[in-house]
Unconditional design. Structure first.
Length: 107
């Protein structure tokens, strides 16, 4: 004896309402399984130790000592040389009148 499909669908609807699950009679891929899982981000982040050991961290921890970062010093020296040659980046425009976009308007 075959049971009609509408009766089975009604039973599934009631079952989903009782157990607080998603009613999906067409069996579409909705992603509810993934969305209902716990987030993995905090667990993954806690696996790795906090990142310390940069020269900026050392300067904050020990302000009384002179911590030297050779890479930063080289970078600053390179910027100074470029500025002397006139190849430094342009300064930021602080007002609308200084910028090319809003400055002089041609008719």
């Amino acid at each position: 004896m075959a049971v009609p499909r509408s009766r089975i669908v009604d039973l599934l609807r009631v079952q989903c309402r009782i157990f607080n699950t998603t009613f999906n009679p067409d069996r579409l891929r909705l992603g509810t399984k993934i969305l209902s899982q716990r987030l993995r981000g905090p667990a993954v982040a806690s696996y790795y130790p906090p990142r310390i050991g940069t020269t900026q961290d050392l300067r904050k921890l020990y302000p009384e000592y002179d911590v030297v970062d050779e890479e930063e010093d080289d970078w600053i020296e390179k910027l100074k040389v470029a500025k002397l040659k006139g190849k430094n980046p342009p300064k930021k425009k602080r007002t609308a009148g200084e910028s090319k976009k809003f400055g002089k308007r041609r008719s």
